[in-house]
Design a protein around this ligand. Structure first.
Ligand code: NAD
Length: 270
């Protein structure tokens, strides 16, 4: 029998990248819905700071580099020792390059983005799915992006990593459905987080241009993405697997030549 709407009581959720942005917002929301959170981040202080924002008891924080297999195996082993099982895995650890001409990029730049965004998600999926298979199932949620759906010039490595995360999500969903492991992804549009704020501060993202290109005339919030992830993690989504859900305010479906939003932009509305 499915649980009450959105209820995650008793579930253990491991969230990578939980020290900031979408990972942190999702940790906060899932804890409100009753889950115990394993907050994992490259920066231990950030992972631990997230714990202070969570309601309820029994959460934990660890540092790990998802791009390194040894680090991933260690954190999953410790989490299983302390919590007994992992019901939900959310792979929110990720890095974004600023825009840069592909012809000027070197291999190390490409490699680091692929290592963290794609290989990191793969390693986490593999390590956690072994325990989910043995414990009778679970939910895995990956962070793709609009960059994995449409072609954004000068964001080659990031876009390739996110397109691959979407495809990996579908393959794993098809392969692991018999184990009762659901695997889905969300593909956020431009969302206000430290990641996009840094790019805006550096002049690499133009907020006005983004909002004009967005049919809703606004950027999304971390809460918008967290709500989608919380739904996909819940029993109400029990028959949904292999999906890449856009959370982008119609950004990727908009195809007309003129600005998508002709009104007064959000930050000018007063
Ligand atoms: P963020 O920079 O605010 O948070 C990312 C977190 O991941 C940070 O705390 C960072 O320390 C951690 N991290 C980075 N490398 C790591 C590693 N190797 N191992 C463990 N942790 C690591 O970013 P965000 O905006 O919250 O983005 C989260 C995810 O959502 C990313 O995968 C990003 O690509 C994706 N995404 C974000 C947006 C957006 O507009 N913010 C849009 C689409 C997709």
């Amino acid at each position: 029998m499915a649980s009450e709407l959105g209820d995650l009581s008793g579930r253990v959720a491991l969230i990578t990248g939980a020290g900031s942005g979408l990972g942190r917002a999702t940790a906060i929301l899932l804890a409100q819905r009753g889950a115990r959170i394993i907050s994992v981040d490259l920066m231990f202080d950030s992972a631990a700071a997230t714990l202070k924002l969570l309601v309820g008891d029994g959460h934990g924080a660890w540092c790990a580099d998802v791009a390194r297999q040894k680090s991933v195996d260690e954190v999953v082993e410790v989490a299983l020792e302390k919590f007994g099982r992992i019901d939900v895995l959310i792979n929110s650890a990720g890095i974004a390059e600023g825009m840069g001409a592909t012809l000027d990029r070197d291999l190390s730049h490409w490699q680091r983005i692929i290592d963290v965004n794609l290989t990191g998600s793969f390693l986490m999926c593999q390590a956690v799915a072994r325990s989910m298979r043995d414990s009778g199932g679970g939910v895995i949620l990956n962070l793709s992006s609009i960059a994995g759906v449409i072609g954004l010039p000068r964001r080659t490595a990031y876009s390739a990593s996110k397109g691959a995360v979407s495809m990996m999500t579908k393959v794993l969903a098809a392969e692991w459905a018999p184990y009762r492991i659901r695997v889905n992804a969300v593909a956020p549009g431009y969302i206000h987080t430290p990641l996009t704020e840094k790019l805006m501060d550096e002049g690499r993202l133009d907020m006005d241009a983004i909002m004009r290109r967005s049919p809703t005339g606004e950027m999304g919030t971390a809460g918008d993405v967290a709500e989608a992830l919380a739904f996909l993690a819940s029993d109400q989504a029990r028959f949904i697997t292999g999906v890449v859900l856009p959370v982008d305010g119609a950004y990727t479906v908009y195809g007309a030549p003129e600005d998508a939003y002709p009104g007064v932009l959000g930050h000018d509305r007063g």
